[in-house]
Structures are given as structure tokens and as C-alpha cells.
Design a protein around this ligand. Structure first.
Ligand SMILES: Cc1cc2nc3c(=O)[nH]c(=O)nc-3n(C[C@H](O)[C@H](O)[C@H](O)COP(=O)(O)OP(=O)(O)OC[C@H]3O[C@@H](n4cnc5c(N)ncnc54)[C@H](O)[C@@H]3O)c2cc1C
Length: 401
């Protein structure tokens, strides 16, 4: 069903992607009703600053994606503090307790939540997914002296850098053999491990958490880390139960096709909860990034208003701020893709002869060049990558020639 035939669009999940879908529908000229339903009480906000600037400042003013009057002006019905608990596909209706919302098209933008690994006393750990979590964590950090972070991924490390900057003793326990192992090359992992050690963060890799009690965090190797604050940042699971219970296909997220349609063409899914086909790569991924959530949302809005929007093919990109280092990733690499470090510490990733990602630290120009390269040349060869990213020239400059 497209354009004229659609009257009511309901979006479940009022986070980054749900908000963008509502805003983009209006930008694309959709004139029917748009209802944006979310469990959280606050206006839709950006999550990235929660583990960065907000932890330092506590100022929520910079977080809102738009002020309250935006929703009114754009005739977007925002329904906060409301959890959708059932989708009735036969009657094209979603239910939240005794409230019901009818749709012609439904967009699922339910994001993800912290995974709960089997750690005794896990209820003592704090989360960092929502604005309420971040407020709680700020208050706890102000009283704490020693923190332990379970998980050396982006969020755990961003928090560790802020906490160390606030003068707290910080240890990070990461189960894998290196930091951010799912997302970056071994070379970038190693650079960040050194960076954090330089900030006095105690980085322990290959260490899983076993229990939390009054003494702090107990590791599976029998050692104990004294801590009065424990942060859980050990990965996430997609909020896909609603979709699964409605009979939609779910496999590490809500499965969508290249148009971001679920197994029911009247329902789309986007962002952190959606497992989508990586264009031209022959596999499906679920990306936890602002870029994926916003580009998915724009693509769905275009399809619903203009008809066929072509296959989703946006270039993936990502950033993480840790102390004074900005990590940026253009493209998408699998953990075992090969890597080649350049003289400035940036890393090119390859799968066979094909460039899959470019990882940079404090090198925004190279990052933007890489994004342009992926946009213009979807499968760049090694030779194209070296030429377009001026690798030889950078080498000559680094050698002082
Ligand atoms: C602390 C933190 C730091 C981050 N930093 C970065 C970064 O530096 N760079 C980057 O690219 N990405 C970052 N991310 C990831 C990025 O914020 C997410 O990828 C993005 O928010 C995903 O958007 P989304 O709309 O898919 O999900 P979300 O923004 O998570 O929104 C999902 C919403 O759906 C709601 N919901 C779930 N189930 C229901 C239901 N049944 N009914 C109603 N509502 C429901 C949830 O409560 C939530 O509000 C960070 C995330 C966090 C938590």
C-alpha cells in the first residue's frame, strides 16, 4: 500500500529512528495521521550524549531531538509513557493495555535493551540506555570513588573515560580478548587500550564478571575488584518480542527485506531492532547506530509516500568519543576482515580484495573521504582505496619526502 491509499501511520518506539520516521513522513509530504508511541516519559531525545556530555553536565536541554511545539506544528501525535504490548495484524491495530491504535502502516522502532548476562547480584548494577538511567548513573557517580564497568564496548569505554576524568578509579572487565572486538580491528582495539591505560583506567581483557555484592565486582578468575558503582555495558538484545508474538520473522532482530519491510508488507522495522540485508554484501546485519536508525527512517518514509524507494543502500558510519579521541568508522567490517594500519594510525579493513571499512581516530577528513568513496564506489578494490584515500601521498608525507 502506498501514498494515497495510506491514511494512518503508527510508529512504535519514540527514539532516534521513530522520531526521524515521523519527521521524514511530514517532510516527504505525507498528509495522513502520524502517531508516535513510546514507553519513555520524556520528549524524544538523542542517546549518544548520555555516555558523553550529559554525564559531565547533567544538562538535558541539548538532548531533545525537537521541542514540544514541533510535534504540534507537524500534526504528529506523540503518545509518551505508553508501552505497546500487542499487534493484531488481522485488524491492523496495536494495543497498549486498554488503549488501541489502528494503522494502515505500522513502523516498529523499538530499539534494544541491555542483555542480562548470568551474573549473581546483577540487580545491583546500573544500566546506561535511557535518560533515566543516565540521571541515576550521574547521581551514583557523584557519590562513588571506585567504579567497575562490565563490558569494554563503546558505551562502557565512553563511561570509563568520563568517570576517570571525574577522578574516579575505574576498571573495565571485558570478556573478549580485546576491546570493542565486534566493531573494530585489533589495531584500533590496542590503541584504545593504551589510551585508556594512559587515563588510569584499569583495562582487563579476557575477564568475565561472575558476581556483584557489597565488596564490588567478582570476576570468574576468582579475583575481586573493589567498587561502589558497577555499570553493566555488556551488549544488548533487540526489542523484538512484540514482532515475534505477532508472527513476524525474527532472527537477531526483526527481519526486513531490502525495502525495510518485515514479513508483513504493512509493517516496516528500523534501527537497532531491525536485521536488514547489507546492500550488495550477501548477509543481514543489525546495526546499533544513529546513522542506521535515521537513514532507515528516511528510506521508509520515502517508500511510504513516493512508492518504490529502491533498495536500502546507505553507507554505514559510526562514531564514539572517548576522552579527547573521536573514533570514526566508515563502511562495515566483519570481525575477521583483514586490516592494514596507515602511518597516522588509521586502519583500512579488507575482505579479500574489497575495502570494507575505514577506521580513524581524530582524522575527520579521511573519514569523510572514505564515506564518499563507499557512496560512489560501493565495492572499492584495494587499488581504488589506496588511490582515493591518498594513501601513497600520506605515506610520502609521513616519511618526510
Ligand atoms: C549511551 C548510548 C550512547 C550511544 N552513543 C552512540 C554514538 O556515539 N554513536 C552512534 O552512532 N550511536 C550511539 N548510540 C546508539 C544509538 O543511540 C542508537 O543506535 C539509536 O538510538 C537507535 O535508534 P532506535 O530508534 O532504533 O532505538 P532507540 O533510540 O533506542 O529508541 C527505541 C525506543 O522504543 C521504545 N520502545 C521499546 N519497546 C516499546 C514498546 N513496546 N512500546 C512503545 N515503545 C517502545 C524504547 O523505550 C525506546 O525509547 C548510543 C546509545 C546509547 C544507549
Amino acid at each position: 500500500m502506498i501514498a494515497g491509499a495510506l491514511r494512518d501511520i503508527v510508529i512504535v518506539g519514540a527514539g532516534q529512528g521513530g522520531f526521524q520516521a515521523a519527521a521524514s513522513l511530514r517532510q516527504e509530504g505525507f498528509t495522513g495521521s502520524v502517531t508516535l508511541i513510546g514507553t519513555e516519559a520524556d520528549l524524544p531525545y538523542q542517546r549518544p550524549p548520555l555516555s558523553k556530555a550529559f554525564l559531565k553536565s547533567g544538562n538535558a536541554d541539548q538532548l531533545w531531538l525537537r521541542r514540544a511545539d514541533f510535534y504540534e506544528k507537524n500534526a504528529i501525535t506523540l503518545v509518551p509513557d505508553c508501552r505497546v504490548n500487542r499487534i493484531d495484524r488481522d485488524n491492523s491495530t496495536v494495543y497498549a493495555g486498554d488503549r488501541r491504535f489502528r494503522y494502515d502502516h505500522l513502523i516498529l522502532a523499538t530499539g534494544c535493551r541491555n542483555a542480562r548476562p548470568p551474573i549473581q547480584g546483577l540487580e545491583r548494577a546500573l544500566d546506561l540506555r535511557t535518560l533515566s538511567d543516565a540521571r541515576r548513573l550521574r547521581t551514583a557517580a557523584a557519590r562513588a570513588r571506585r567504579c567497575a564497568v562490565i563490558g569494554g564496548g563503546f558505551i562502557g569505554l565512553e563511561f570509563a573515560a568520563v568517570a576517570a576524568g571525574l577522578g574516579l578509579d575505574v576498571i573495565v572487565a571485558e570478556q573478549a580478548s580485546r576491546l570493542m572486538a565486534r566493531a573494530v580491528s585489533p589495531e584500533i582495539s590496542a590503541r584504545f587500550a593504551d589510551k585508556h591505560r594512559g587515563l588510569n583506567v584499569d583495562i582487563r581483557v579476557g575477564k568475565s564478571a561472575a558476581a556483584i555484592d557489597d565488596a564490588g565486582l567478582h570476576l570468574a578468575d576468582g579475583s575481586t575488584v573493589a567498587a561502589d558503582l558497577v555499570l553493566l555495558a555488556a551488549g544488548v538484545v533487540p526489542n523484538a518480542e512484540l514482532a515475534a508474538e505477532a508472527g513476524l520473522i525474527v532472527e537477531n532482530g526483526i527481519v526486513v527485506d531490502e525495502q525495510l519491510r518485515t514479513s508483513d508488507p504493512n509493517i516496516s522495522a528500523l534501527g537497532d531492532c531491525a536485521a536488514f540485508p547489507m546492500h550488495d554484501r550477501g548477509f543481514r546485519v543489525r546495526l546499533e547506530s544513529v546513522q542506521a536508525a535515521t537513514d532507515h527512517a528516511r528510506h521508509i518514509a520515502r517508500r511510504l509516500t513516493k512508492g518504490d524507494a529502491g533498495p536500502y543502500s546507505a553507507v554505514p558510519w559510526f562514531w564514539s568519543d572517548q576522552a579527547d579521541w573521536k573514533l570514526q568508522i566508515a563502511g562495515f567490517a566483519q570481525p575477521d576482515d583483514e586490516s592494514e594500519m596507515l602511518e597516522d594510525g588509521s586502519v583500512l579493513r579488507f575482505s579479500g580484495a574489497r575495502l570494507t571499512a575505514v577506521e580513524t581516530i581524530n582524522a575527520p577528513k579521511l573519514h569523510m573521504k572514505a564515506r564518499r568513496l563507499f557512496a560512489e564506489t560501493p565495492a572499492p578494490t584495494r587499488a581504488e582505496a589506496l588511490a582515493r584515500l591518498d594513501v601513497e601521498e600520506r605515506r610520502r608525507m609521513a616519511a618526510g619526502a
